[in-house]
Design a protein around this ligand. Structure first.
Ligand SMILES: *[C@@H]1O[C@H](CO)[C@@H](O)[C@H](O)[C@H]1NC(C)=O
Ligand SMILES: *[C@@H]1O[C@H](CO)[C@@H](O)[C@H](O)[C@H]1NC(C)=O
Ligand SMILES: *[C@@H]1O[C@H](CO)[C@@H](O)[C@H](O)[C@H]1NC(C)=O
Length: 403
């Protein structure tokens, strides 16, 4: 008895309170889950995902029944990523891996249902070629539901498509740094000084022209930048110099420049785009150069995804590997996005596994590898970006259904 009376308060806090909390949580969440069922047609439920669902954490499971939705004949392909046409080895195997999130189901996109949900709406991608890679996958998948899809290039878009059956436009605006930047050659007398041949002027508070006039056009936007922020693209002889309000700011190292530009572009998006626009920021797509960087014979001739235990070795910045920048940049992006209305699309971790899924030496051009090295940065299509599409569309579907 004595023991029991002593235990009672502990039992209450350990067992009864949590159960009450659980019951409360269930009862408050249940209407939330069931409401869409009663409101909308059965067909739309497939794209719902509970909000606390962690789509970004999980593992790749081999499933021979998993097949891509398009092939090398999709008219939106970019030649160097069209791995079936370029006869990359293992394309069947590459596309037989299925992403299985830890705590919830990832449904494959149903292109017709998704386009129906998006009727009279538009989706835009803004950023570098990794967002273009994402877009090409998206267009080829959506085209399955509308064979009359037409190329679309307006309002500064680099490439895109219009789906007439649904009155939907999906397009990509190329803006590799997001901010406006311009080459300014050095005056001839000074050209010898420090070997500097000119500078790239970056106006950190001005968006690149390519996406300066799209604020009212898109209902969903996916931003990214990161893959151009290196000394291979902007070496010491042609450095980036940063301006704000038209005035130069003190010189910044590459990562510091990246940080101020991302912060300033995030602030611009928050200010210039309507509240109702659904905004995502896609985190870095990891590269898989093995044995050297892209210009040092780095290679990615892998037959299988990496094991979970290998990931830190490849990508943790403290190991100083060739591909460390993805996680480095992600830290800066995530802190810039904190407290904003822009949602993070964290596709980094799931993609880190996929050393096997890049175009590598199968680039569709004879001398490409000797000139540019292997491509261990972009992704084969069909391939990993198809799973990015599943994730993005599930999140869009959930947001549109729940408002
Ligand atoms: C490729 O896909 C198209 C449909 O988009 C289909 O008509 C064609 O038969 C496919 N080709 C091959 C070789 O599978
Ligand atoms: C197509 O969608 C746009 C919005 O993107 C809308 O303004 C237009 O009225 C739609 N056209 C038709 C025929 O519904
Ligand atoms: C890359 O490989 C080629 C041919 O095997 C060789 O000539 C060259 O020195 C290598 N470059 C580097 C940076 O290792």
């Amino acid at each position: 008895m004595l023991m029991a009376s002593k235990l009672t308060p502990t039992i209450i806090t350990r067992l009864i309170l949590p159960s009450c909390l659980l019951i409360f949580l269930y009862s408050s969440l249940l209407p939330f889950y069931t409401a869409p069922n009663s409101r909308s047609s059965d067909s739309k439920n497939q794209i719902l995902a509970p909000p606390q669902c962690k789509l970004f954490k999980g593992r790749w499971v081999f499933d021979p029944n998993h097949k891509p939705m398009y092939n090398s004949t999709c008219p939106f392909h970019r030649n160097s990523w069209n791995c079936i046409k370029n006869q990359r080895e293992n394309m069947g195997r590459i596309n037989s891996w299925k992403w299985v999130p830890e705590q919830c189901d990832l449904n494959r996109i149903d292109p017709a249902r998704f386009l129906d949900l998006m009727r009279n709406k538009n989706i835009g991608f803004v950023g570098d070629s990794l967002n273009e890679n994402f877009l090409v996958s998206f267009l080829c998948i959506l085209r399955v539901a509308d064979a009359d899809a037409k190329k679309w290039k307006r309002k500064g878009a680099w490439r895109g498509a219009y789906f007439p059956k649904f009155n939907v436009t999906v397009a990509y605006h190329r803006a590799v740094l997001l901010a406006k930047y311009e080459w300014e050659p050095q005056e001839s007398e000074l050209s010898d000084k420090d070997g500097v041949r000119g500078t790239y002027r970056v106006d950190i508070d001005i968006p690149a022209d390519d996406w300066a006039n799209i604020a009212d056009f898109y209902d969903v936007l996916v931003f990214n930048t990161g893959h151009w922020w290196g000394y291979d693209k902007f070496p010491k002889e042609k450095p980036l110099v940063f301006f704000k309000g038209g005035k130069p700011i003190h010189p910044l190292e590459m990562l510091d420049g990246f940080k101020v530009v991302v912060e300033s572009m995030v602030a611009h998006i928050e200010k210039a785009f309507p509240k109702k626009t659904l905004k995502f920021w896609r985190l870095q797509s990891p590269r898989h150069f093995h044995g050297g960087d892209w210009n040092q014979n780095g290679s990615c001739l892998f037959d299988n995804p990496l094991e979970e235990l290998q990931l830190d070795l490849w990508f943790d910045p403290s190991n100083n590997g060739v591909n460390k920048e993805a996680r480095q940049l992600n830290h800066l992006i995530e802190s810039a996005l904190k407290g904003t209305s822009i949602r993070t699309l964290d596709l980094t971790h799931m993609s880190e596994f996929r050393a096997d899924a890049h175009p590598a030496i199968w680039l569709g051009k004879k001398d490409a590898v000797s000139v540019w090295g292997q491509d261990c940065m972009h992704w084969c299509l069909p391939g990993v970006p198809d799973t990015w599409v599943d994730i993005l569309t599930q999140l869009i579907g959930y947001s549109l259904e729940t408002g």
